[in-house]
Design a protein around this ligand. Structure first.
Ligand SMILES: [Zn+2]
Length: 439
């Protein structure tokens, strides 16, 4: 065995137990050294904080008693007697008339502002957006809400003093930007689980029921399609979920973000370039490789979950087996199958582990086939000088350990009825060629 390189083999275990990985897609190099993986992964260590019974609905700006703490809502999902229903553009005075199971609201602190699209792409808000802004601010509650939001944004950008001296009509002229943005947040209803007595009993993705998680996923997919429709210069909509502060979340309240951008970004570009010459790379280099090495964690009729190879953080991946590429082209059954596996991975991870959930899919204008897949990264280590200097990442949990640990947790969860029925670990088919995206 060469000590300089392992050729194209992405996963090698050395005689001492060290596992060396190379990502088949990005070339990221990761080593797992024996003995370091037994360290506990949850980072919580503070004393527990008691929660007063009336606090649970107003712990942060995303909470259900604080609907006016986010910019004007684009859509909400309510549970009516005849089933779930999506209501768009609820006027300010009616916000508290229904309970939103899920909300889609603009991010007040956008990565790319409306001004970015205006200045660089000649974007002008269309008549329906202008009409919405006018109608919302015609009502005194709506007007006060919008002025409050714009004031908070001005304060954050250091313009509070200028803002305060401007006449109201001048300040309201910026209102349309709160309705025309293309960086949205999808917020789940609960901050803490039902009946929580402590602040750390957070309502994470894995504490939802499989039905709730399916609605959360489908609502996010709708939001994604809607952003492509509303921002004509968007070439890609990035979708992600940061869970807990070490993973970049501003609030410990479950939410996903969707950000329209005007290019694909280097990661997607690299994957598309690879797919152009090797369209079945996800089948051969990832799924078939995972089956051969027994890294498959779970599967159902529509999706497969594996322990990922070559990630700087321990990472679980879910792949859609559909021949459809875009999430919103998936059938309801395919979305449900995908949701069930993703939900199960979150439940197995546990709500006290900081995670990034990253969505990957074919940009709508790209021709290369790509399967919809989501990577769930456990943010349990911090990159340090060794990584910076060598580009060798030291990861504390190798894919085999990650697979075993996740399958064991899933078996307990399945027995307890907390996750949907699915094949786990050795029960999985380990069939080759299960992805149909390149058919
Ligand atoms: Zn909250």
């Amino acid at each position: 065995m060469s000590h300089h390189s392992h050729g194209s083999e992405p996963l090698v275990r050395l005689p001492d137990g060290t596992v060396k990985q190379v990502s088949p897609l990005t070339g990221t190099v990761v080593w797992t050294v024996p003995g370091r993986g037994r360290r506990p992964i949850a980072t919580r260590q503070d004393a527990r904080v008691r929660l007063e019974p009336d606090e649970a609905g107003r712990l942060c700006s995303f909470c259900e008693e604080r609907y006016l703490d986010t910019p004007p809502e684009k859509a909400r999902l309510v549970l009516a007697d005849d089933g779930p229903r999506v209501v768009e553009h609820v006027p300010a005075p009616a916000l508290f008339d229904t309970v939103a199971e899920l909300r889609r609201v603009p991010n007040l602190y956008e990565i790319l502002s409306v001004e970015y699209w205006r200045a660089n792409h000649g974007y002008t808000p269309p008549p329906d957006v202008l009409a919405r802004a006018t109608a919302y601010t015609a009502d005194p509650v709506g007007r006060a809400h919008v002025l409050d939001m714009l004031g908070r944004r001005a304060a954050d950008t250091g313009l509070a003093t200028v803002w305060a001296t401007e006449p109201e009509v001048e300040r309201l002229s910026q209102a349309v930007d709160l309705f025309a943005g293309s960086h949205d947040v999808v917020v789940a209803r609960r901050h803490v689980v039902e009946g929580a007595r402590y602040l750390d009993e957070l309502a994470a993705a894995g504490t939802l029921t499989p039905d709730e998680h399916e609605r959360y996923l489908a609502f996010t997919v709708d939001a994604m399609r809607s952003l492509y429709a509303s921002q004509p210069s968007a070439r890609y909509v990035a979708v992600f979920q940061n869970w807990l502060r070490p993973a970049g979340a501003s609030f410990d309240h479950l939410h996903k973000q969707l950000v329209a951008i005007d290019e694909y970004g280097p990661q997607t570009e690299r994957e598309l370039a690879r797919l152009a010459v090797e369209p079945d790379v996800y089948t051969t280099a990832i799924l078939d490789h995972a089956a051969a090495h027994k890294l498959v964690v779970a599967e159902n009729a529509h999706a497969v979950a594996v322990a990922g190879v070559g990630h700087r953080y321990p990472a679980l991946e879910v792949y859609s087996c559909s021949d459809r590429h875009l999430p919103w082209d998936h059938s309801a059954a395919e979305l449900r199958g995908f949701s069930d596996l993703l939900h199960a991975l979150h439940a197995a991870t546990g709500s006290d582990v900081p995670t990034n959930e990253e969505w990957h899919y074919r940009p709508p204008a790209a021709v290369e086939p790509m399967p919809w897949h989501v990577v769930l990264k456990w943010r349990v280590s911090t990159l340090a000088g060794f990584e910076g200097g060598t580009k060798i990442n030291v990861n504390t949990i190798d894919p085999f350990t990650l697979r075993d640990r996740t399958v064991a947790a899933l078996q307990r969860l399945r027995d307890a009825g907390k996750v949907a029925r699915m094949a786990l670990g050795d029960e999985c088919s380990h069939e080759l060629g299960v992805l149909r995206y390149a058919d």
